[in-house]
Ligand binder design. Structure first.
Ligand SMILES: Cc1cc2nc3c(=O)[nH]c(=O)nc-3n(C[C@H](O)[C@H](O)[C@H](O)COP(=O)(O)OP(=O)(O)OC[C@H]3O[C@@H](n4cnc5c(N)ncnc54)[C@H](O)[C@@H]3O)c2cc1C
Length: 417
């Protein structure tokens, strides 16, 4: 018998009480000068600190999974609890009141992007092997999509996979791969056919990152930290059993993963997952005694409206999500989120002025540089703001599409031109 959502939430609360520490009063974060003043969007950690954080997160994910809370809305045959999303949301609401390890994008990619893509496209054997392993975070996985010459126009990617008997030989370069250094697997899209139009000649693979020929190099970000990487592949031999989906189906596989990514960053009410919250912004204005200034009040009101829109849109997206595969509406949520971050950065900059230029050691002031330098990253990651607008225009509003001159041209011809 499935318990009601209320009974389930009460059980979850009891489990959380036994396994985690309840957060201090929610207002604590706004007590000026107390605790962390981080507004960071990305981690600024050393490799060792990042590995430590991921270990703690994975430990928590495993504990939840083993208790039936790690994959609540997944079918039981794939390691889930077989319940609806209402139960998943109920657990998330309860969990939010407890101290848990700080999030890391690579766990989100593993559990929220790669695992459901394997569920959508994997063979029965692949689903049985990978889904529980990824959902429990026994292995972490990254997204090997972007290349130096293919980002917004991902379908122009040039990494080649050439069939050789029961194997594929993969050669090329990926870039901006979040978390690759900490991952055992990558979901990779490669070109397998040059003689069809670009969208039709790609295939997806699950690639073990410890194979000979894989080299991962960190990229240092302007916000500090090096959460993403370049990944070089030199004649990496991958068995055909690790092909994800049919040959030539790589574009559909990639779009599915990207759909999960947009839904997660916007539909999940993204703003709560990174620093630079509305409450922090209000705390800053209060500390600087600027809340009587009419221009500041307008700024704060606009930011609050942005924050509320983000939350309401996330609720709407959750209510609409009938199937497991998100639609183009995820782009609306992602755009709301990045617009809100831009707004928050702007208001913080106007409030702080020169205090942003030099670290005087004053709590809660210079720390906003982390937000300013990190926020633009999410206006690019997972498809830039402009690309989200194109998707909304074409697929939500039904506006005429962008001119696509290469639709009927083979990739080989495109290379020559
Ligand atoms: C923090 C972060 C994490 C990332 N993590 C990953 C990852 O884990 N795996 C992965 O594969 N990739 C990852 N990426 C890469 C990301 O997907 C690409 O950077 C993104 O798709 C943009 O591609 P690009 O950088 O090649 O820019 P380009 O595509 O060259 O775009 C340059 C500019 O042109 C604009 N533009 C391009 N095409 C159009 C158009 N049709 N209409 C209007 N404007 C357009 C863009 O909006 C942008 O402003 C990450 C990026 C960031 C910033």
């Amino acid at each position: 018998m499935t318990p009601s959502v209320e009974v389930y939430a009460a059980e979850a609360r009891r489990w959380l009480e036994a396994n985690a520490r309840r957060k201090a009063e929610a207002r604590a974060e706004t007590v000026w000068g107390e605790g962390s003043d981080s507004t960071a969007v990305f981690h600024n950690l050393s490799d060792a600190e990042e590995a430590e954080l991921l270990d703690a997160l994975r430990e928590w994910q495993r504990r939840k999974y083993d208790a039936g809370y790690g994959a609540i809305a997944w079918p039981t045959e794939l390691g889930g609890a077989g319940l609806s999303r209402a139960y998943e949301r109920a657990f998330a609401r309860e969990e939010a009141a407890f101290e848990t390890p700080r999030s890391h994008e690579v766990l989100g990619v593993t559990v929220g992007l790669v695992a459901p893509t394997v569920r959508a496209y994997g063979t029965h054997e692949q689903q049985a092997r990978f889904c529980p392993m990824l959902l429990r975070s026994d292995a972490l996985a990254c997204q090997l999509f972007s290349e130096p010459g293919a980002g917004s126009d991902l379908a122009s990617l040039a990494t080649r996979a050439v069939r050789d008997g029961d194997e594929w030989v993969i050669t090329g370069q990926k870039v901006w791969t979040s978390g690759a250094r900490h991952c055992a697997w990558g979901e990779l899209i490669a070109r397998t056919d040059l003689d069809v139009p670009k969208h039709k000649g790609m295939t997806a693979f699950l690639v073990p990152l410890d194979l000979p020929g894989v080299e991962i190099r960190p990229i240092r970000q302007m916000s500090g930290g090096s959460s993403f990487n370049e990944v070089f592949l030199s004649e990496v031999r991958v068995p055909d059993t690790l092909r994800l989906g049919d040959v030539g189906e790589g574009w559909k596989v990639a779009l599915t993963t990207l759909g999960f990514e947009r839904a997660a960053s916007g539909g999940g009410g993204g703003g709560g997952r990174v620093g630079g919250s509305w409450t922090q912004l209000l705390g800053l204005a209060e500390h600087l005694a600027r809340t009587d200034d009419p221009r500041v009040r307008q700024d704060l009101a606009r930011s609050f409206i942005g924050y509320r829109l983000l939350v309401l849109n996330a609720q709407r997206a959750q209510a609409l999500a009938r199937s497991g595969t998100p639609g183009a509406e995820g782009s609306i949520g992602k755009l709301f989120w990045t617009e809100h971050m831009r707004e928050v950065s702007g208001v913080a900059s106007r409030l702080l002025g020169p205090r942003l230029a030099a670290d005087t050691g004053e709590w809660g002031t210079f720390a906003w540089t982390e937000h300013l330098l990190g926020a633009p990253g999410y206006r690019i990651a997972g498809g830039s703001d402009e690309v989200q607008r194109n998707i909304i225009g074409e697929r939500v509003l039904g506006l005429p599409g962008e001119p696509r001159v290469d639709r009927d041209v083979t990739f080989r011809e495109q290379l020559r031109s």
